[in-house]
Ligand binder design. Structure first.
Ligand code: SF4
Ligand code: SF4
Length: 419
């Protein structure tokens, strides 16, 4: 599940204290929240507590510090240190399962240690100082036990639980995803039409084939004067549905719909589980943040833009979001893509404020303020599932935007970052 598992010989960097302090001095007095995480486990940083101390030193008193952990490297002394010195406001444990017999695709398998550390933190005498959260990645292999896990964490009285979907970095985990990139607006047309879409598409294909054959051989045909215009019922119906979709400002990715038709049943099952989880959350008073399963095109927005957030990498590169931290493969909409690292500058060369206020970064954020107007959406576009050049290259989209945000599950509230 994790990008790091794809790295063979790449050097894994941890931010140096001097660079972190350099960033903290300039930016932390002006921001409300610092979140310490990246690809990998934050507590593997040898001086992690020093990073927290620096963050606290430069943030305004009301500023918050949050970090994630898989919980396996925590110990009682570290927890005491964090709580007694007010070094964090929020700690989020990533746990896909607490069942030892269940197989996890990511996060820590040291279930007993993680459980012990979480319990110690939750029962700490200074517990009131911080919020303790749980982050769960829902997948095909764990969705049936999700309700039970949520109930267990609610019984433990954590402060909040956030559920995210998985970003598929590898081809085989694509089948583990419990969402579709088809939007509810497109699905309304697919399902509301009452059509048998496989028959319809086959019919359209046959008609197109006959039409092109006729065009090709018409001049050679002895009786061409007797040719009558053929009815094209499948094409007419298909065009009618396309126009209906167009009026609603959506495209129809028929290839994706045909591929995911059966998966939709499983997604409806997850919707029912989510409804039960909402009841558990209300009853226990623990906030549970759930992702969408079938996303809304209308609500598409970049979470980084709407939260005024940015990511600074361990070497000082300022990138728009997690997706741009490193080159990596992605497997969305049944095609592969080479997603590339993208930076607007490095704080070792320019001040953060120069980078943040640069014309390019400002124009990029402005575009994201109205994504549906400025950035195309690939999930509803048939070309994406048929290996559109832009989606496989992943550098710029078909409207010329760079970097490529057109097929982003974060903007659809499917995959989530801790912001
Ligand atoms: S980039 Fe390709 S798949 Fe995406 S919307 Fe444009 S044409 Fe469609
Ligand atoms: S890829 Fe998604 S999350 Fe990242 S900047 Fe673009 S829209 Fe925002």
């Amino acid at each position: 599940m994790c990008l790091l598992s794809l790295w063979k010989n790449e050097k894994r960097n941890s931010i140096s204290l001097s660079l972190f302090e350099h960033i903290a001095q300039e930016t932390f007095p002006h921001i409300s929240r610092v979140v310490l995480y990246g690809m990998g486990e934050p507590l593997t940083h040898e001086k992690f507590l020093d990073l927290l101390r620096i963050a606290r030193k430069y943030l305004q008193p009301e500023g918050t510090i949050a970090f994630t952990t898989n919980g396996s490297l925590f110990n009682n002394n570290m927890i005491d240190e964090v709580l007694e010195n007010n070094l964090a406001n929020e700690i989020v444990f990533s746990c896909d399962t607490f069942e030892e017999e269940e197989e996890s695709l990511g996060h820590s398998m040291a279930v007993t240690t993680v459980r012990k550390n979480l319990d110690y933190l939750l029962k700490h005498e200074k517990r009131g100082r911080i919020k303790v959260g749980i982050e769960i990645v829902v997948m095909k292999r764990n969705y049936k036990s999700l309700e039970k896990s949520i109930q267990m964490f609610c019984d433990k009285k954590v402060d909040f639980i956030t559920v995210s979907h998985m970003y598929p970095y590898k081809e085989h985990v694509q089948n583990e995803t419990m969402y579709t990139m088809l939007t509810e607006e497109a699905l309304d047309i697919f399902e509301g039409s009452g059509e048998k879409w496989d028959e319809l598409i086959l019919g359209v294909t046959r008609e197109k084939f006959a039409e092109s054959m006729q065009l090709q051989y018409r001049e050679l045909y002895k009786y061409k004067d007797r040719l009558v215009k053929k009815e094209r019922p499948y094409s007419e119906r298909y065009n009618e549905l396309l126009s209906k979709a167009k009026k609603k400002n959506v495209l129809l990715n028929t290839s994706l719909y045909l591929k995911e038709k059966e998966k939709l049943e499983r997604l409806r099952e997850l919707e029912t589980i989510f409804k039960k989880i909402i009841q558990i959350s209300k009853k226990s008073g623990v906030k549970v943040f759930l992702p969408d399963i079938i996303p809304s095109f209308k609500r598409r927005e970049c979470p980084y833009q709407s939260n005024n957030a940015v990511v600074i990498r361990s070497d000082g590169e300022v990138v728009p979001c997690f997706k741009y931290l490193y080159d990596h493969p992605s497997y969305l909409d049944y095609h592969s893509r080479e997603s590339s690292f993208f930076s607007f500058g490095n704080v070792k060369n320019n001040s953060f404020s120069e980078i943040w206020n640069s014309a390019d970064f400002t124009s990029f954020r402005n575009k994201l303020k109205d994504m549906n107007k400025n950035v195309p959406y690939c999930g509803n576009c048939s070309f994406s599932t048929n290996n559109c050049f832009y989606v496989t290259e992943g550098q710029s989209d078909c409207w010329g935007n760079e970097p490529f945000c057109s097929e982003c599950p974060y903007s659809l509230n499917l995959t989530k970052c801790l912001l």
